[in-house]
Design a protein around this ligand. Structure first.
Ligand SMILES: [Zn+2]
Length: 390
C-alpha cells in the first residue's frame, strides 16, 4: 500500500487513477493510526494526509483528461497547394450517357444579357431547341442548338445561345429543351431587375416622313432584315468576347432606352432602343467587333449604310448610319477589321454609330458581350461532365 502512495505521478491520466486508489485506502490507515496512538504512526498519518491532499488538488485543477487523441495529417506541397483532379472523364472518351445532359453558362441574367446552353446528346438527326419561358410560362426567346464538338464516339457536344429580352418579366424563369415539340429537359433560370431610362426625340419633317409615310421598299427592307437576324447557321467564326467597334467611349444613347418620338404634326410614337449609340464625328473608323461573315452591307432607308456580321449561329453584330462602306456581302472579316466610316445616313439626328447585337432575332445589350466569351467550351464541358460524376 505504501509503495503505491509514494509512486511518482507524472502524467495526468495516471494521476487520476492513483488518486482514486488513495481515497480508497487512506481512511483505513488513518483509523488504524488513531487506534494505535503511536507516535511513529502519527508521523506516518500526517505524511499520508499530505500525500492524499496534494494529488487531489492537483487533479481538480487539471483540464479534463484526454483519453483519445485524434490525429489529422495534412499533406500539402509547400510550393503548390493546387489539387490535381485525375482526368478520367474526358468528353472525348465518353461513349454512353443515360440521356441528354444539359447545362447553362449561368442560371441567372439581367434583361439584355446572353445565356449559353450546353448539351451532350447522342448523335441523331433531331432539331433540338432551347427556349426561355418567363414566370408566367410565356415563351420569350427561342433558338436552335448547333454542334461544338464531335469526338466520333456517338455523342455530340452542342450549344445554343439565347438573350434575355429587355422587356422580360423579372423573376423565376425556365429554359426548356425541346426535341421537335417535346420537352426533354428543363433548367431553372432567374431574370434579375434592371432599370431602363427613357428619352424623348423630336424629329424634323424628313425624319418624321421616314417613320410615318407608307413605303413598300422600307417594308421589304424590314422583312429582309428580319429573315437575316432570325437565321441560325452552323458556322462558328468566333466564340467571343466582342470588341468595341470604335475607340471612343462617348455614348449618346444606351441599350434598352425607352424612346418617345415626337413627330412634326404633334403625334408621337414609342420604341425601345435596340443598341448603343456612339457620338463619333463623320469619318470615324468603324471596326468589326469579332471575326465573322458579312451578311449585309448596303444602304437601307431607315438605317442608312448598314453592315451586319454573323459571328456564330444566331449571333450577329449590326452597324448603322455609316457614311461609307468598306466591305462586301459574303466577305469574311477579322476582329478589328475596317467595315466603313461613320456618318449620319438614314434616320439620324446627328453623326453617330449605332452598334447592335442580335441573338436569335432578339436585341441584346452589346456591353454584355465585351467581358466574357459567348461560348466557353471548357466551362460547358466541365459542368456537363460534373453532372455525370456527382
Ligand atoms: Zn441607335
Amino acid at each position: 500500500m505504501k509503495k503505491q502512495t509514494v509512486n511518482l505521478v507524472t502524467r495526468s491520466s495516471q494521476r487520476a487513477q492513483s488518486t482514486q486508489r488513495k481515497i480508497k485506502y487512506w481512511p483505513t490507515l488513518i483509523i488504524l493510526c488513531e487506534l494505535r496512538d503511536l507516535c511513529v504512526l502519527r508521523v506516518i498519518k500526517f505524511a499520508m494526509i499530505l500525500f492524499l491532499l496534494v494529488p487531489l488538488f492537483s487533479c481538480l485543477n487539471n483540464e479534463p483528461i484526454q483519453t483519445q487523441v485524434s490525429s489529422v495529417q495534412v499533406h500539402a506541397s509547400p510550393e503548390n497547394d493546387a489539387i490535381d483532379i485525375p482526368d478520367n472523364y474526358g468528353f472525348s472518351h465518353m461513349q454512353y450517357i443515360p440521356g441528354p445532359l444539359f447545362t447553362l453558362s449561368s442560371n441567372n441574367a439581367l434583361p439584355g444579357e446572353p445565356v449559353t446552353v450546353g448539351m451532350i446528346i447522342s448523335e441523331g438527326g433531331q432539331t433540338i431547341r432551347a427556349a426561355l419561358f418567363d414566370s408566367r410560362d410565356r415563351r420569350i426567346a427561342r433558338t436552335t442548338f448547333f454542334p461544338l464538338e464531335d469526338p466520333g464516339t456517338g455523342l455530340l457536344l452542342k450549344a445554343a445561345v439565347l438573350a434575355v429580352p429587355s422587356t422580360a418579366l423579372i423573376g423565376n424563369a425556365t429554359i426548356k429543351i425541346e426535341n421537335d415539340d417535346v420537352v426533354i429537359g428543363e433548367l431553372p433560370f432567374s431574370i434579375g431587375h434592371r432599370e431602363f431610362y427613357s428619352e424623348t426625340i423630336a424629329l424634323n419633317q424628313a425624319n418624321t416622313d421616314l417613320r410615318t409615310l407608307p413605303d413598300p421598299e422600307r417594308t421589304a427592307q424590314s422583312n429582309q432584315l428580319w429573315v437575316i437576324i432570325n437565321t441560325i447557321g452552323t458556322e462558328i467564326y468566333t466564340t467571343g468576347p466582342f470588341i468595341r467597334p470604335v475607340t471612343s467611349t462617348r455614348r449618346t444613347s444606351i441599350y434598352g432606352a425607352r424612346r418617345i418620338f415626337q413627330y412634326t404634326g404633334g403625334g408621337t410614337d414609342t420604341s425601345i432602343h435596340a443598341g448603343v449609340d456612339y457620338g463619333v464625328p463623320t469619318g470615324t473608323e468603324v471596326m468589326a467587333s469579332g471575326r465573322g461573315r458579312v451578311v449585309l452591307a448596303r444602304y437601307r432607308i431607315l438605317t442608312g449604310n448598314s453592315v451586319i456580321l454573323e459571328h456564330m449561329p444566331g449571333v450577329f453584330t449590326i452597324y448603322y448610319h455609316l457614311d461609307s462602306l468598306a466591305v462586301n456581302e459574303g466577305q469574311i472579316v477579322e476582329a478589328g477589321q475596317l467595315l466603313g466610316l461613320s456618318g449620319a445616313t438614314g434616320l439620324a439626328t446627328g453623326p453617330h454609330l449605332h452598334w447592335e447585337v442580335r441573338v436569335a432575332g432578339e436585341n441584346a445589350d452589346p456591353d454584355a458581350f465585351l467581358e466574357n466569351p459567348i461560348i466557353d467550351k471548357s466551362d460547358i464541358l466541365n459542368k456537363l461532365i460534373s453532372t455525370t460524376t456527382d
